[in-house]
Design a protein around this ligand. Structure first.
Ligand SMILES: [Zn+2]
Length: 113
């Protein structure tokens, strides 16, 4: 159900922007999803299909940009991509790390007709 509420808020935002732009139809929606959010693109696509019915966003193309989970080592200060169960720095094996990317979740842009 996670994706259902996310898709609903995304659609609300898109419709509001389309209305403000005086657009009658939304052509394309570009979304940025961080890997860490656990949001599945195919679920968003599925929910979008029925939530957008009868709105100007019906039939709009969805474009997903998935951001990998990245971290910075607080020991050697290098940045790297995090594996799912591997929370250690590949350079110095320290587990003193901070997450720097992968929590993104937003509408990057919309194209209207
Ligand atoms: Zn390190």
């Amino acid at each position: 159900m996670h994706e259902l509420s996310i898709t609903q808020s995304m659609l609300d935002l898109v419709l509001k922007q389309a209305e403000e732009a005086g657009a009658e139809k939304v052509g394309k929606i570009s979304l940025v999803i961080g890997e860490m959010t656990g949001v599945a693109a195919r679920s968003v696509r599925f929910y979008f299909g029925f939530l957008s019915k009868g709105t100007p966003a019906e039939g709009a193309a969805l474009d997903f940009k998935v951001i990998p989970t990245t971290a910075r080592c607080l020991n050697c200060h290098k940045e790297f991509e995090l594996g799912e169960f591997d929370w250690t720095c590949p350079h110095c094996q320290s587990n003193n790390i901070e997450i720097t990317g992968g929590k993104e979740l937003f509408v990057e842009s919309i194209e209207v007709d």
